[in-house]
Design a protein around this ligand. Sequence first.
Ligand code: ZN
Length: 66
Amino acid sequence: MGNGARAQQKRERNAKSNASKDPKSQLKTNEAAKNVVCQVCRQTFLLTVREPALLQHAENKHSKVR
Ligand SMILES: [Zn+2]
């Protein structure tokens, strides 16, 4: 089982080098994916949303506001 100890060490090393990224990176990814926010109703859109979809949202929901 000497291998196990070695693997454990490797894992700890990886954990250390990833520590700065790992836990938050997923959150950041999730947030980044939704960083298009309607300023009127705060609805979030995926970053990949297309402009027509945003315009459509604005027209459907806030045509009077603007
Ligand atoms: Zn809106």
